[in-house]
Design a protein around this ligand. Structure first.
Ligand code: NAD
Ligand code: ZN
Length: 344
């Protein structure tokens, strides 16, 4: 089968002929129809310090997909071949304190598909059955592959209720854009999105943002206070990983407001905790991964009922053979989600 691999501990990826995987105990062989590119895949492509410190090549990369069951390995329940599935990419142990108290997304032995073991930028993949999610018949594969990152957006947005709330989203990458569409679907009163990338801001408008702001052109403070009658926003979703974005936007959260932090910061972010957070009684949530499988259930229902439409987020699609074009686009920032067609 064809597979995109990190072959050696250095930048780049290669398209290779690889043996079709054999499902091990508790695993199912899945034919991959569509896979999508995540920022994590770009970090692996560029061999970032994080990737270099974690991965042990050779590894087939990729963790977002939609496909169908081909074969059940030993110790599985015998799901019907042809069943359409995606999967939770975080492989949890099921035994640690966090797993046993209902928080497998922070499993102490967490392994990631396409990072710590072979992933899904390939024609077939062996996936633990307990990680599979059966896709709703009304959700096409091109959207079903986006459910995994959409789960990040669900936890980021819905850490608390958002009905009637004014929301500022810093970062209009794929997850920030999903947050914008979700916020509309979940009844937010005002959705403001900031990003220095104009292409991404136009996507934010298409995804339902009421106001888009380029912090390189206009400081956020004026327009955010105007849009909120001087109060500031009730909710801040930080999904850029930019320290500047966090430091500029925290003071724009109204006292008593809520903050969700999903963006990954390089190094430390110096926050004046006493004045900005404590005396203003902010609630800050660290968000990692997605609730397993609570977020999958929420987003599957929102997508299949058409309450939520994220189809405009998919801006490019390539056959797996052209994977480099996808990574170049990710690098340029002139894209929403990039999909790979893995079987024809
Ligand atoms: P992305 O890199 O595609 O998007 C980030 C966006 O932030 C870009 O469009 C960029 O132009 C924008 N940005 C940069 N500086 C900004 C600023 N000062 N103000 C506003 N926007 C700014 O990433 P993504 O895939 O959408 O993911 C969003 C963030 O979430 C990333 O930091 C990613 O590493 C992180 N992430 C975290 C988890 C987790 O489990 N915590 C999971 C997935 C992604
Ligand atoms: Zn665990």
């Amino acid at each position: 089968m064809l597979a995109v691999m990190k072959e050696a501990p250095e930048p780049g990826l290669a398209l290779k002929e690889a043996p079709e995987p054999e499902p091990g105990f508790g695993e199912v062989l899945v034919k991959i129809n569509y896979a999508s590119v995540c920022g994590t895949d770009s970090l692996i492509y560029n061999w970032s310090p994080w990737a270099a410190g974690r991965m042990k090549p050779p590894v087939i990369v990729g963790h977002e997909f939609a496909g169908e069951i081909v074969e059940n390995g030993p110790g599985t329940s015998g799901m019907r071949p042809g069943t359409r599935v995606s999967a939770e990419s975080h492989l949890f142990c099921g035994r640690c304190l966090q797993c046993r108290t209902g928080k497998p997304e922070i499993c102490r032995q967490l392994k990631i598909l396409g990072v710590d073991r072979d992933g899904v930028f390939a024609q077939y993949a062996a996936i633990p059955e307990k990680n599979l999610w059966v896709n709703h018949s009304d959700i096409p594969d091109q959207i079903a592959t986006l459910q995994e990152p959409l789960g990040n957006a669900v936890d980021t947005l819905l850490a608390e209720d958002v009905t009637g709330k004014r929301i500022l989203i810093t970062g209009a990458g794929p997850i920030g854009l999903m947050c914008a569409a979700l916020a509309r679907a979940c009844g937010a009163a005002r959705v403001i999105v900031s990003d220095p990338n104009e292409y991404r801001l136009s996507l934010a408008e298409a995804m339902g943002a009421d106001i888009v702001l380029n912090p390189k052109v206009t400081p956020l403070r004026g327009p955010v206070l105007t849009a909120t009658a001087g109060d500031g926003v009730d909710v801040l979703l930080e999904v850029s990983g930019s320290k500047g974005a966090l430091l500029d936007s925290l003071p724009l959260v109204t006292p008593g407001g809520r903050v969700s932090l999903l963006g990954i910061f390089r190094g430390e972010a110096p926050i004046a905790l006493t004045e900005t957070v404590i005396f203003r009684k902010l609630r800050i949530y660290g968000i990692t991964g997605r609730g397993i499988f609570s977020t999958w259930q929420t987003l599957s229902r929102l997508l299949s009922s058409k309450r939520l439409d994220i189809s405009k987020l998919v801006t490019h699609e390539f056959p797996l053979e052209d994977f480099r074009k996808g990574f170049e686009l990710m690098e340029s920032g002139r894209c929403g989600k990039v999909l790979f067609r893995t079987n024809g």
